[in-house]
Design a protein around this ligand. Structure first.
Ligand SMILES: [Zn+2]
Length: 200
């Protein structure tokens, strides 16, 4: 039982201090809800599932085990490793949700930098490159971060009319497949598969 001592200990603390001989059945419930990083065939994260779900996927041959939590799950008839990372054996096509345009997303895309004078600041405004009054659309390609000074100076003019130059042509950011992980605690063993891309 040495291998499962760690898990056994945690379970024992919670359920039965004297019952560290074998993992009691009740412990399985706890361990089986451990988070598992699910990778696509191409190693891009797809989602997070529970260890229970991961064991089923591996058992059915739909995924392979890449890394495991310490410990094992003992059932009446079998012993399972507790997955930490699995990889699907087929490619899941995932249309990543396009980013919704918002002030914050524009500022992130533009790295909190005024796209005219290149000053880096938290005090930013949104500037329509082709002004609204000239029917400039409210799109990723026509909205940039601008400091209040530049925005005020540019006013209702195009950059050409105001003799101002954009740092770069504004574009919609690439969908970020790692975004779905933002609300999760990232386990240490997942990090090699999760190059963090906040600013996309
Ligand atoms: Zn500026």
């Amino acid at each position: 039982m040495a291998k499962s001592a760690k898990t056994g200990q945690r379970v024992a603390d919670e359920f039965d201090p004297s019952g560290s001989e074998a993992l009691p059945v009740v412990s399985a419930r706890n361990v089986l809800s451990a988070p598992v990083l699910v990778l696509n065939l191409n190693y891009v994260p797809v989602n997070i599932c529970t260890a229970r779900r991961a064991i089923v996927l591996v058992g059915k041959g739909k995924a392979e085990l890449l890394d495991k939590h310490s410990g094992e799950v003992h059932t009446v008839t079998a012993v399972f490793d507790i997955p930490s990372i699995i990889r699907l054996v087929y490619l899941v096509k995932r249309p990543y949700a396009p980013r919704k345009m918002s002030n914050k997303e524009i500022f992130l895309r533009d790295h909190y930098t005024c796209q005219y004078c290149q000053i880096k600041t938290q005090e930013l405004t949104l500037d329509h490159v082709i002004p609204r009054r000239q029917h400039g659309p409210n799109t990723w390609e026509n909205v940039v971060a601008a400091c209040p000074k530049c925005n005020l100076y540019k006013a209702g003019r195009t950059p050409a009319e105001a003799n101002m130059k954009l740092m770069r042509e504004p574009k919609a950011p690439q969908p970020n497949p790692y975004r779905m992980l933002q609300n999760y605690v990232i386990l240490e063993q997942w990090i090699p598969y999760v190059p963090w891309m906040i600013a996309g």
